[in-house]
Design a protein around this ligand. Structure first.
Ligand code: C2O
Length: 512
């Protein structure tokens, strides 16, 4: 039970992780931001000062914020955004071990770099005999854009991109990417992670993308999955290609070769059909280093174009979200729900012709100039931002029945994990729930799951955490456009915990 205190200065610096110099929104000059290492039941206190160009707020993705809903970092919901020059202190507890991350939740800001990893260690790690605990690394994998995020977002909204999302120029592992010409010139920089002969290593991967599905491989090594979004798995799933979506995390174990003669490539490939720009570099490589004297791994074994083909194969049954089995006793999903909420994910043409995502016919908008939290405290019983705001009460078991008309979407819930009760294939959407088979036999629980193109998904969660919680698509362009909803969970309990204020907090927003 330690308290860990961090001072984060959010500021722009110039950097060129993939060889292209641009302005990056960093924490203390670091991109990705400093990794927060903690153990279960620690208290984390982070004070962030905004030295940026617009307001900001930080979300701690996957942290449940039980009793600390003020720290969830959603502007307009749980706090006013921090204006330029202002500071905000976040205070929360790490109640579950595993791999998490933090990112700005202001607009589409994290695309410019404001993000980092959170690792919560576990003294009772059930896999502790299966890997060497000094061999535990975090790979933050992300799509990367050479233009500034706000500029790209405005193109997206204005229909300059003809309905498509902005196209990333490259892909990074931590702060390394490779410009297209660096292989020929032999000037590439690579992320390196070490492994020892005959020793098993844990690797954590986080997809911190705005958009891209990632498919990662490690040449010559099979990955044994042990964690998904902070949930221990049964350890029986092995993959050669790990396909995962924006917001999702996995831990896997690889076994070090007993008599290695070379180093091996780590490759992550962005799976997006839109990657056709002349300078696009869809694959990033890192190196699994057995011995520095081996130098660069050989290419012959598995080259990047094969990796893309391999990726295309993986795409056929792309996500494994529905096939994962948690370790016994880790999910405790109720067998029955008490309430069904139907959600339709679709796209509509905006006035200027841009094709933008909506949920249940609405684009979610935060209430203007205040926070939902302060409205609740004011004792107002109906909340003004009524489109896509749902009030739920303690003890309800909610089933979210979701259809996706077009597009795949990584759906993320704040303040909870949900049980993935079912994910359906292309073209099998439902108009009512009667024809859907749910998996009630030890389903996986996590905080981000992928609904497929023209597919369906049923997610179940228990209302056991009073707060104001978003549920949204983690494609940041879609979140920005309003593919989101908000749960107001147990408003009376919130008033009990935090008291009732006299009048709603007023948020002042500056924008340059
Ligand atoms: Cu990682 Cu609401 O987001």
């Amino acid at each position: 039970n330690q308290t860990r205190t961090y001072i984060f200065e959010a500021k722009y610096i110039k950097g060129a992780p993939d060889g292209y110099m641009k302005s990056i929104f960093t924490i203390n000059g670091e991109f990705p931001g400093p990794t927060i290492y903690a153990c279960v039941n620690d208290t984390i206190i982070v004070t962030i000062t905004n030295h940026g160009l617009e307001p900001t707020a930080m979300h701690w993705h996957g942290i449940l914020q039980q009793g600390t809903l003020y720290s969830d970092g959603v502007p307009g919901s749980t706090q006013c955004a921090s204006n330029i020059g202002e500071s905000f202190t976040y205070y929360f507890h790490t109640t579950k071990p595993g791999t998490y991350w933090y990112h700005s939740h202001f607009g589409i800001q994290y695309i410019d770099g404001l993000k980092g990893a959170i690792v919560v260690c576990d003294p009772d790690d059930p896999y502790k005999v299966s890997y060497n605990r000094s061999q535990d690394d975090v790979l933050q994998c992300t799509d990367w854009y050479h233009s500034n995020a706000t500029y790209l977002y405005n193109l997206y909204l204005s229909n300059a991109l003809h309905g498509a999302e902005p196209i990333p120029e490259s892909c990074l592992i931590n702060n390394f990417g490779q410009p297209p010409d660096c292989h020929a010139k032999k000037t590439c920089g690579y992320y390196r992670t070490e492994i020892k002969a005959g020793i098993s290593k844990r690797i954590r991967v986080i997809n911190t993308s705005a958009f891209a599905v990632l498919m990662c491989t490690i040449d010559g090594h099979r990955m044994r999955l042990i964690e998904a979004d902070g949930t221990y798995l049964n350890g029986k799933t092995y993959v050669n290609v790990l396909t995962f979506n924006a917001g999702q995390r996995y831990s896997f174990i690889i076994d070090g070769k007993t008599n290695p003669k070379q180093n091996y490539w780590i490759r992550c490939n962005m799976d997006t059909p839109y990657l056709n720009g002349p300078s696009a570099q869809p694959t990033v490589r890192g190196i699994l280093v057995y011995d520095t004297k081996f130098g660069l791994p050989p290419d012959a074994q598995f080259n990047d174009s094969e990796h893309v083909i391999q990726g295309a194969l993986a795409r056929a049954n792309r996500f494994i979200d529905q096939n994962l089995v948690p370790m016994k006793g880790r999910c405790n999903c109720p067998k029955k729900s008490t309430r069904k909420i139907f959600l339709e994910l679709a796209f509509v043409f905006s006035n200027n012709g841009a094709l933008l995502p909506i949920m249940n016919h609405h684009a979610f908008k935060a209430v203007a100039n205040t926070t939902i939290l302060s409205l609740i405290q004011t004792n107002i019983s109906s909340f003004p931002a009524s489109a896509n705001v749902f009030t739920i009460e303690k003890g309800e078991v909610i089933d979210l029945y979701i259809n996706s008309e077009i597009g795949q979407h990584p759906m993320h819930l704040h303040g909870h994990v949900f049980c993935v009760m079912g994910i359906g294939k292309v073209g099998s959407g439902f108009s009512d729930a009667s024809n859907v088979d749910l998996n009630t036999d030890n389903p996986i629980c996590r905080d981000t799951a992928s609904i497929l193109f023209e597919g369906w998904m049923v997610l179940r969660f228990v209302a056991d955490n009073p707060g104001v919680w978003m549920f949204h698509c983690h494609i940041d362009w879609h979140l920005g456009a309003g593919l989101a909803l908000q749960f107001i969970e147990s408003p009376n309990a919130i008033r009990k915990i935090y008291g009732t204020a006299q009048k709603p907090v007023e948020c002042k927003m500056d924008r340059k």
